[in-house]
Design a protein around this ligand. Structure first.
Ligand SMILES: C[S@@+](CC[C@H](N)C(=O)[O-])C[C@H]1O[C@@H](n2cnc3c(N)ncnc32)[C@H](O)[C@@H]1O
Length: 323
């Protein structure tokens, strides 16, 4: 019988997933059994599992303990986000002035940003046809997302720990109330919200901070209210898997399945997924500047099915707080 690797290791089956893997045992440490619900099983190498299993987090053992090891895939991160400290809270303290410019200068960051905006402009009025009563943009940064969502809200708030990011946010959205605070430390009484967003946050934050933030958000999102987030650092995107399989470094650590599980563990039920860029299967393709025209939008629609979220480099997840 093989030994199943634990939840924080290389191999991570999500609850209810159809296929399970076991490593070691009769096959030795570098081989695993892959078993399906129908009872079929086959030996596979653990290297293959680590690279291609949709349940694997593809992260070097122990890397989650040290965010400095996270590094960044050039295709999904620009230098506005490389962590300089072990606590992601400190990452953007002085980055406000250059954040938007750096995002715009990186072809894939600007591609994701444009598509995220287009998605939100469809999602928010659809789920809130009468408008949002109270909206919170958590880790709002320079108000990139606040600026898109606040027009649908009667009351909008942005919260961030970085004064330099908030300085830019206030210029961009003068009607929004921005607060320099860390929701995870308590003591901030803003009331509850019908909608909260958190973008470009979970993929970057260290695991303990992800959990603290989800707990804090579960306290402020009303029962049956919505939380819309993204995960733009999926280590299992096709491009990342291919990059890794051809010798590239893989240091991102938040798979779609892990993000989904974190939401569920904190009382958020996933109701929609909108993958972005699932058709960009090679790392190199992300370095090309693209105008978002009809042809690109057709491609995004074609590869925009929720089933492709596990292999997309960026996904918008719409979750609902369990009532
Ligand atoms: C990459 S920026 C994202 C900004 C914006 N949401 C966007 O999508 O452009 C991440 C932001 O998270 C903020 N942040 C990190 N930890 C935080 C915390 N505990 N509470 C509030 N903001 C935090 C940082 O200061 C930074 O502005």
């Amino acid at each position: 019988m093989g030994i199943r690797m634990d939840d924080d290791g290389w191999f991570k089956p999500a609850p209810g997933d159809r296929t399970r893997g076991e490593t070691g045992g009769l096959l030795g440490p570098s081989w695993s059994w892959l078993t399906t619900k129908s009872g079929m099983f086959t030996p596979v190498s653990t290297a293959f599992l680590a690279a291609f299993s949709p349940w694997s987090d593809c992260r070097p053992p122990g890397s989650h303990l040290n965010p400095l090891l996270k590094g960044h895939s050039p295709s999904t991160m620009n230098n506005t986000e490389s962590p300089e400290s072990t606590d992601y809270r400190q990452s953007h303290v002085h980055r406000g002035r250059n954040y938007d410019g750096n995002l715009a200068a990186d072809p894939f960051d600007s591609y994701m940003s444009d598509l995220e905006r287009r998605h939100l402009q469809r999602i928010v009025p659809r789920i809130f046809p009468a408008g949002v009563e109270r909206y919170l943009d958590f880790a709002c940064g320079t108000a990139r997302i606040t600026h898109t969502v606040a027009p649908y809200a009667r009351q909008a708030f942005g919260v961030d720990v970085s004064p330099s990011m908030l300085l830019e946010a206030r210029k961009r959205c003068p009607d929004v109330q921005f607060i320099e605070a860390d929701l995870t430390q308590g003591g901030l009484h803003l009331g509850t919200f019908d909608l909260a967003t958190a973008f470009r946050f979970f993929g970057n934050a260290q695991p303990a901070l992800r959990v603290q933030v989800l707990k804090a958000l579960a306290d402020v999102v009303k029962p049956a209210g919505y939380l819309i987030i993204n995960n733009h650092r999926n280590p299992q995107s096709l491009a990342s898997l291919l990059h890794r399989a051809t010798g590239g470094k893989m240091e991102m650590d938040l798979s779609h399945f892990s993000m989904r599980r974190l939401l569920a563990e904190h009382g958020f039920r996933l109701v929609e997924c909108h993958p972005i860029g699932a058709w960009l299967y090679r790392h190199k393709m992300m370095g090309h500047a693209r105008t978002i025209d009809d042809r690109i939008l057709r491609r995004e629609r074609l590869f925009g099915h929720a089933a492709l979220a596990p292999i997309a480099p960026d996904t918008i997840l719409v979750a609902r707080r369990v009532a």
